[in-house]
Each structure stands twice: as structure tokens, then as C-alpha cells.
Design a protein around this ligand. Sequence first.
Ligand code: ZN
Length: 286
Amino acid sequence: MDTSTNAFTVDVEDWYQVSDLEAVVRFAAWDRYESRVAQNTERVLALLDEARVRGTFFVLTWNAERHPDVVRRIAAAGHEIACHGYAHRLVYDQTPEAFRDDVSRAKRTLEDLIGTAVLGYRAPSLSITPRSAWALDVLLDCGFRYDSSVIPVEDSVCGLPGAPRFPHVIRERDGRRLVEFPITTARVFGRNLPLGGGGYLRVLPYRYMAWGMRRVNRRDHQPAVVYIHPWEVDPGQPRMQTAGKRGFSTHYIGLAQTEGRLRRLLRDFRFAPCADVLRERRVLAA
Ligand SMILES: [Zn+2]
């Protein structure tokens, strides 16, 4: 096992709440779909418990309002609770005012539930891009201490090309700081290859993510951040037709093998919650 500590993260959303299904599943109709988030989160919690790993759960608060017991269960198991916003709207599809309302309401809801401060935020579909970079100032204003939404690649949905690849202070004002924990990429021949998401674990061979993480840990001496979704360990979820956000969708690929691969990942690498990794690296104050 490698000795670097990486961040293990879970974006707590249900199968029908993902951006790839946005065109066929409208927000106003969310209540009509079969809720599987509680049982799937439970499966992720069991995997983490078995591996004795603690992580960060970025909770969509539409779910938190309907399943407060799930949020309390996650926190009681020693994991960090962080914020994934309320309605899973892409950041650049919102005005700065609407975004501020969404994240401040979401932060408050979670804090009321668990009784401790929520430090971290992750944007739906990592939608912090050059045209929504204002969101970082809003997060700083709302009292977030770190963000983990920036991925330094070129992409049609997400990505801030040229952004630093590792934890750094991304906004600072009036003695307050917002730290960025960027989504992991491996740098090869001058290009950043994304690898931190559960999609890569499902669609590509296990060795791709393992290779990339080792490269980041050993060559860059930096932590990686991995993110998965509870629906990714659920092969039994309902099937919908979707063209996705990029003209194709990987949503249903490899669902049956994610759990086994996750088990292996949790055994092969060291993980901790984002806030712990950032403190250990001294980017985030204690
Ligand atoms: Zn999400």
C-alpha cells in the first residue's frame, strides 16, 4: 500500500438526479421516481466500514430533507458531511443570486441536521468553468472553507483548463480563505488526463485509476481525490434512455463491477476525508 493519504468522496444523489438524465427527468418530477439513495448509500457505508476508511459525503440537500436519518447515519459513522447544493442545477445555468440561495440554504440544512459546521462544497457535475468561476467568490462569502469542483481539463460540461492540479488557496479576502482540492488528473505528455471519478472505475480497467493515483502519489507527492455516487454500486436501478450531456452517457456501463473494484481501491490506497487530507497538507487551517 502507498503511504500518501488520498481523499475518498461520495456525491450523495439518486440515480435519476444526475445531469445526464436532466433532459428526460425534470426536477419538478423528482418525487415520482423510485428512491434508491438510502439503500445505495448504505452499501457504500458498508464498503467503507469493511475497509475501515472514512471519507467525505457531499450531500444533495433535496435528499437530506427527505432522508435526514441517512445524513445522521453517515455522520455518526465518522465521515465528513459536505455540501452538493440543493437541486443539482449546473452552476453556469444559475445566476450568482440563485446559486447563493441554493448553497447557503443547503449548508444551513446540513448544519442543522448534524450540529457541526459544513466546510466543503462540490458543484453538480463539476460545473465550475471559466464562465461560472464567480461561484468561488460566493462560496467564500457563504463561509465554505474548501471547494472540490475544479478539474483542470477542457470539456464541454466541466473544467477550468490551466488550473493547478493540486490543493491550493483559490480565493482569499478579508482574512478568509477558500481552498481548492481539484479533481485528480494524471499529467502525461503535457496533457491532463482525468481519472478521479467513479465513471473511470466502471468504464475503464481498474489499472487505469490505480496507475494514475500511484503516479500522483509517487511522482507528484500529492494526494488524489476520488469521487463515486451511491447509484454506481446499484446494478438493479431503473433504465432510462438518455443521450447524456455530451451526446453519449456512461451511466449504465459497468455498474455490476463497481463494488468489487471499489473494494480493491480501498485496499490498495490510503484514504481519509477531504478536510483531514487538506489539514495534513497544511493547506487548511486546523
Ligand atoms: Zn452530482
